[in-house]
Design a protein around this ligand. Structure first.
Ligand code: ADP
Length: 497
């Protein structure tokens, strides 16, 4: 990539070491960074605490070009700006009243390497962004908490949906969308609404957090929850000195900021908070997260509980619930006004939440399975896209070779260009995380369900997508099928790796 600032280009690894002091990249960080440096879009799905920020904070430092970051939460942006400033990286937050005229002028003049802004400001600043890009160069646009574009997610924000217009102002600037919500519907919505380009790469990380212990208890008295907390501290050799703070929507902005700052400084042992204490709180040493009452979905729960143990240390997530929680939540939802579709989604999410609460097996396995089950439709759509992409005229083997990225001559050059029916991703090599036999097993399952069908062509059996399959492929429906046990085991393993 061309260097705007001149001078020798540092490698991503050198930047990571210099500014963060880390010697190794985690998970897919390096692949995401290289994709962005090469000008490609990407969607990054990583659990909370996985290290998403590094993915978009390194390319601007390598290229010496500006990074625009959009996030739904002002407190989160302020934390990030403070963290970058501490590392001597010029960063600013442009929001409503908080930022001064001078900061705004400087930002648009290209004096900050990182410019954080609200989605409202980003969508309203098309011309200024294009001018900044022409003058200074914009390395990339990062959309944090990207699930906010989707009504299927747990935190839909209409302002987020409009962010696709950034593509018009900055047609050639790579965009990276980041989220901890992994369901395929949400992913599809992100790709479509943010108008990620057809060559966008999707990185999905494992959701297993082995340092977290999950448990569920029936609600009785809130005193039990407090007792549980004291016991947990004691077992870790600590005492509770009653330093507790609170955080909820009815406090003033100052009170909220003070609580947050005190908690971050370790001046509080306990923070009692409502969901107003938002997503993305980056405090590494949270040891216990207790929920008094169930969140509206398992995705929301996993994301909130996932704030525990970000430093990798053993931590506990306890959910106190009662069957009445669903009723309370549905009253709140009703008061917000729900469409019929929204109500059905809510009910579906609640029943999954309740089956988590009632399950007797390992809770963590239950959570990982929840995300795994949701991956099956994505895999099924991938295989069916391969069948369509090759014109419905080959045997199952050929489709599997394509997804597995085989180098065989059986795959003609045009086949290597075939793309996903929905996301437009290249299919060749899109399915390397599953084995040949896994894909063949899935093919058998889809045939048994009538989504694909065999027919004879000359001497051999050819597989095509059925009419029903074609309808399902382009729908947003899940696939309500049990994966046969043999496939299930590999599926779970693939997710853990
Ligand atoms: P997320 O946004 O995915 O919730 P963050 O980007 O806030 O996660 O990162 C979580 C924590 O992991 C941070 O404290 C960050 O400094 C740390 N971290 C990120 N990348 C690495 C790495 N390559 N090596 C070690 N620690 C890392």
């Amino acid at each position: 990539a061309a260097l705007a600032g001149g001078g020798p280009q540092r490698s991503p690894a050198a930047v990571l070491l210099e500014y963060w002091g880390y010697s190794k990249f985690r998970l897919c960080q390096e692949d995401v960074i290289n994709t962005l440096l090469n000008g490609g879009d990407s969607l990054v799905v990583m659990p909370t605490g996985g290290g998403k920020s590094v993915c978009y904070q390194i390319p601007p430092l390598v290229l010496d070009r500006v990074c625009i970051v959009v996030s739904p939460l002002i407190s989160l942006m302020e934390d990030q700006v403070a963290a970058l400033t501490t590392r001597r990286i010029p960063a600013a937050f442009l929001g409503s009243a908080q930022s001064s005229r001078q900061v705004k002028d400087d930002a648009w003049a290209g004096k900050y390497l990182f410019v954080y802004m609200t989605p409202e400001l980003a969508t309203a600043s098309g011309a200024a962004l294009a001018a900044l890009h022409a003058r200074r160069g914009i390395a990339l646009v990062a959309i944090d908490e990207a699930h906010c574009v989707s009504e299927w997610g747990h935190d839909f924000r209409p302002d987020y949906r409009r962010l696709g217009v950034l593509r018009d102002s900055l047609p050639d600037v790579p965009m990276v969308a980041l989220t901890a919500t992994a369901t395929p519907r949400v992913r599809d919505d992100i790709v479509r609404n943010l108008r990620l380009r057809p060559n966008a790469k999707c990185f999905v990380e494992s959701f297993e957090r082995t340092n977290l212990h999950f448990s569920v208890q029936q609600k009785s008295s809130i005193v039990d929850a407090a007792a549980e907390l004291v016991a947990a501290r004691r077992s870790a050799g600590q005492v509770l000195n009653g330093r507790a703070g609170r955080y909820h929507a009815k406090l003033s902005q100052t009170e909220r900021r003070d609580s947050h700052a005190a908690f971050m400084r370790d001046d509080l042992d306990v923070l009692v908070a409502s969901v107003a204490y938002g997503m993305g709180i980056d405090k590494p040493n949270v040891r216990t997260i207790m929920h008094w009452g169930v969140p509206a979905s398992l995705e929301a729960y996993y994301q909130q509980a996932g704030r525990a143990g970000r430093d990798g240390g053993k931590s506990r997530c306890v959910l106190f619930w009662s069957p009445g929680d669903a009723i309370t939540l549905s009253r709140i939802k009703e008061s917000e006004g729900l469409s019929a579709e929204g109500r059905a989604n809510f009910q579906e999410a609640m029943s999954k939440m309740q089956s988590y609460c009632n399950s007797t097996g390992c809770r963590h396995a239950h959570l990982v399975n929840f995300f795994t089950e949701n991956a099956l439709p994505a895999q099924a759509r991938l295989l069916m896209s391969a069948v369509c992409g090759l014109g419905n005229k080959f045997g199952l083997n050929r489709y599997v070779q394509l997804l597995r990225g085989s180098k065989t001559k059986d795959l003609a050059p045009w086949m290597l260009e075939a793309t996903h029916a929905i996301s437009g991703e290249k299919l060749h090599g899109a399915g390397t995380s599953r084995s040949d036999s896994w894909w063949k097993g899935l093919g058998g399952l889809l045939a048994a369900e009538g989504l694909v069908q065999y027919y004879s062509k000359g001497d051999y059996q050819v597989l095509r997508v059925s009419d029903e399959g074609a309808r399902w492929l382009h729908s947003r429906e899940p696939l309500m099928k049990e994966l046969p046990p043999a496939l299930q085991e590999e599926e779970t393993r693939a997710y853990r790796e």
